[in-house]
Design a protein around this ligand. Structure first.
Ligand code: URA
Length: 434
């Protein structure tokens, strides 16, 4: 078999066999197939798509590129949640400690920023010392000891996803149903959780702009989970505007801390609550939504979610003084609040433009090996539907140079659209797939 023939076959729209997919993934993981051929292959998949059978085979090939954890050795049941990627989506940082504080262990393997969307690992690495490269035995013993793990792909777990993910980020091959489904599901299956809540984002700042595509993606992922013997459901959630207010790594960690401590933006709080409720129900911790909600409320009110987050940071080598005193987290040298240029109702805060602006400020990558600046980002002060007076704070830019600050100011003003007439707020959720 030759990589070039597999690329040609997919480029021409033909269906790949299980063996061809396995050959490609194995070869790429071992470094025998170079990045340029993997880029061509992912681009061919991007344009030609994959059948449900090919997507499942791709997922399982990625899982087989490393080990699969058997969490039943260390906990009775472990749950996980995974988002398909969004702007300002720091849900994991809040939901996982809360669910763990409710008594359900959470073992999670997250990703880095992808295209204009932020990544949980990049956010957590704003905390000095925090390690995202736990070994398998560290993963298992931490899950057993504190019931909470938040790490990244390693040489042991789904290594092919680590390589493909970094490649897709910089080759414009993110927005593809089979590539997203296999990436998300391979990590979840390899990390061993038995019950999974998928947060499938829809809209301007999501990889699926249309509800129909998001529905197909959600259905495929839930089917793959079932084939792998896991319980799964998907929430379809809005990503037309940023989730919460903060977009940018350290800024999002600060917002997550506020939320764990009982504050935080209302939309983000409600979003986290719904995801946590679904995890508690799917994980068999309780049967009804009302009890699940009460559990989450008390985990916040009693500070147990927050303590769990502290334990997580400490267990993975992070310096907890930075989360106890979030003002110590990386801070940009230039911080400027831009006033609203007019009065009116906000009809759009284009999430993709906000996400791209943060990448351009230095908060994401243009090339695989790029370092990121954890301090930079944007805080949007309003939500679609809000009435804003001319001159009131519209957004705040955290930048590391005057040139990038000025470019961000122009783009973010374009991201905000206005109406003289009242505008309905955006829904948080559009439905679910079970
Ligand atoms: N999250 C992932 O893990 N992979 C994707 O492709 C998109 C979001």
């Amino acid at each position: 078999m030759r990589a070039v023939d597999i690329i040609t076959k997919k480029r021409d729209g033909d269906e790949l066999s299980k063996e061809e997919i396995e050959f490609f993934i194995k070869g790429y993981t071992r470094g025998e197939i170079p990045d340029y051929q993997a880029s061509a292959w992912t681009m061919a998949i991007f344009f030609q798509g994959m059948t449900a059978r090919e997507t499942t085979d791709l997922t399982l090939a990625i899982v087989d590129s490393g080990e699969t954890l058997d969490l039943s050795q260390v906990v009775k049941v472990a749950v996980d949640k995974h988002s398909t990627g969004g702007v300002g989506d720091k849900t994991t940082l809040v939901v996982e400690p809360l669910v763990s504080a409710c008594g359900l262990p959470v073992g999670k393997m997250s990703g880095r920023g992808l295209g204009f969307s932020g990544g949980t690992l990049d956010k957590m690495e704003s905390i000095p010392g925090y390690r995202c490269d736990l070994t398998t035995s560290e993963f298992l013993s931490q899950l057993h000891e504190i019931g909470l793990v938040l790490t990244g792909q390693t040489a042991d777990l789904a290594p092919a996803d680590g390589k493909l993910y970094a490649l897709r980020d910089v080759t414009a091959t993110v927005q593809s149903i089979p590539l997203i489904a296999s990436s998300v599901m391979s990590k979840i299956i390899a990390a061993g959780a038995q019950a999974i809540v998928l947060d499938v984002k829809i809209g301007l700042g999501a990889f699926m702009r249309k509800e129909t595509d998001a529905h197909i993606l959600a259905t495929r992922m839930v089917e793959i989970a079932h084939l792998a013997g896991r319980k799964a459901m998907a929430l379809l959630s809005d990503m037309n505007q940023p989730l919460g207010h903060a977009v940018g790594n350290a800024l999002e960690v600060k917002e997550a801390i506020e939320t764990l401590q009982g504050g935080g933006p209302a939309d983000f709080r409600k979003h986290c609550l719904e995801v946590a409720i679904q995890l508690l129900i799917l994980g068999g911790h309780t049967e009804d939504e009302e009890t699940a909600q009460q559990m989450v409320f008390s985990a916040i009110a009693e500070g147990r979610g927050w303590s769990r987050f502290r334990e997580l940071v400490a267990a993975q080598g992070g310096d907890v003084s930075f989360i106890d005193h979030p003002e110590k987290l990386p801070t940009a040298p230039l911080i400027e609040t831009i006033p609203a240029p007019r009065s009116g109702y906000l009809s759009q805060i284009h999430a993709q433009i906000v996400g791209e602006t943060v990448v351009e400020l230095g908060g994401g990558r243009a090339k695989k090996e790029d370092a990121i600046d954890h301090a930079v980002g944007v805080v949007v002060h309003h939500k679609v539907g809000n009435h804003v007076e001319s001159g009131a704070p519209l957004f705040t830019i955290h930048a590391n140079s005057t040139a990038s600050l000025e470019a961000a100011r122009i783009r973010l003003l374009e991201a905000h659209q206005w109406s003289a007439d009242p505008v309905n707020p955006l829904p948080l959720f559009y439905g679910s797939v079970r």
